[in-house]
Ligand binder design. Structure first.
Ligand SMILES: [Zn+2]
Length: 245
C-alpha cells in the first residue's frame, strides 16, 4: 500500500532514506538555454551612410556576451554560510544556507533566493514555517560542486549531475543551478525555485508523486528534472501538492 506523503506531520523532519533527484545523465546534458545566444543575427556590412575609406571596412567588432560563470566540477569542500538576521525560531523548522567555496554564486544571493522561495505564499510556507538562521539549524541547504554533491549524497550515486536530500542535508548541485533542466527550458529561475522546493519538500516529509493528469500543473514532488510525465512545469507546491490537503 502506498501512503500519501503529505499525511506526514508538518514539522517532522524526515529521516527516511535519502532521495536522489535528477535526470539520467545523458538525458539533459545538451547546451542549456541560458547559454544559447539570445540575440538575433546581425546584419553584415556598413551602416547606411557610411562613406569612408577602407579603414572602416573591417569586420564588425566582436560582440560582447555576458560572461558565463564557471562551475568547477570539484571544490574544496568548505562552505560559506550566509549570514542571517536573528529572528524567533520557536515552532519553526530552521535551515541555513551554505555555498561551497570556489563557486561563482555568492552565498548571500543564494540565501536570498532560497528564502524568497521558502517563504513565498505559493509554496511550503502555506503549511510550514521555515526560518533561515546562520547557526545551528535543523537543515543545511547546500549548493555544492558536483563532486562534493556526490560526497554529501553518499551512498546515493548522483553521477555528478543530480541533487539530493540526505538526512538533514538538502544538497543542490551547482551544475543544475547554472544549467537547469530540459523540462524548464528558458526558465532557469523557475528551475531553481523547483529544485529548492522539491529537495526541501523531502526534508519536510514529502515523498515523490507522479503527474496526476496530463495537462495539469506538475506537483513539486514529481521529479521534474527527469521530465514532466505530460504535466506542466510548476515550481510551487501550493498550486498542486498542497491542494485538497
Ligand atoms: Zn526527490
Amino acid at each position: 500500500m502506498i501512503t500519501s506523503a503529505v499525511a506526514v506531520p508538518a514539522l517532522l523532519i524526515a529521516q527516511a532514506v535519502p532521495e536522489l533527484d535528477g535526470a539520467d545523465r545523458d538525458a539533459d546534458v545538451s547546451l542549456p538555454p541560458d547559454l544559447a545566444d539570445p540575440s538575433p543575427p546581425r546584419a553584415s556590412g556598413q551602416p547606411d551612410g557610411e562613406v569612408a575609406a577602407g579603414r572602416h571596412r573591417g569586420p564588425a567588432p566582436a560582440r560582447r556576451t555576458p560572461p558565463v560563470p564557471r562551475v568547477p566540477e570539484q571544490g574544496p569542500g568548505t562552505f560559506q554560510v550566509a549570514a542571517a538576521p536573528a529572528v524567533s525560531t520557536e515552532g519553526a523548522t530552521t535551515y541555513r544556507v551554505e555555498v561551497e567555496d570556489g563557486l561563482p554564486f555568492p552565498a548571500s544571493q543564494v540565501a536570498q533566493f532560497v528564502e524568497e522561495t521558502l517563504t513565498d505564499q505559493r509554496g511550503w510556507a502555506t503549511r510550514h514555517r521555515v526560518v533561515r538562521v546562520d547557526g545551528h539549524a535543523d537543515l543545511r541547504i547546500v549548493l555544492a560542486t558536483p563532486e562534493t554533491v556526490d560526497e554529501l549524497c553518499t551512498p546515493l550515486d548522483t553521477g555528478g549531475r543530480l541533487s539530493c536530500r540526505n538526512g538533514d542535508n538538502v544538497v543542490i548541485n551547482a551544475w543544475r543551478w547554472q544549467f537547469g533542466a530540459e523540462s524548464y527550458t528558458g526558465d532557469l529561475t523557475g528551475y531553481r525555485r523547483y529544485v529548492v522546493n522539491h529537495e526541501t519538500g523531502h526534508a519536510l516529509g514529502y515523498a515523490h508523486v507522479g503527474c496526476r493528469k496530463p495537462g495539469e500543473l506538475a506537483p513539486v514532488m514529481l521529479q521534474q528534472t527527469k521530465g514532466l510525465e505530460g504535466c506542466e512545469q510548476n515550481p510551487w507546491p501550493a498550486r498542486a501538492d498542497l491542494v485538497d490537503h
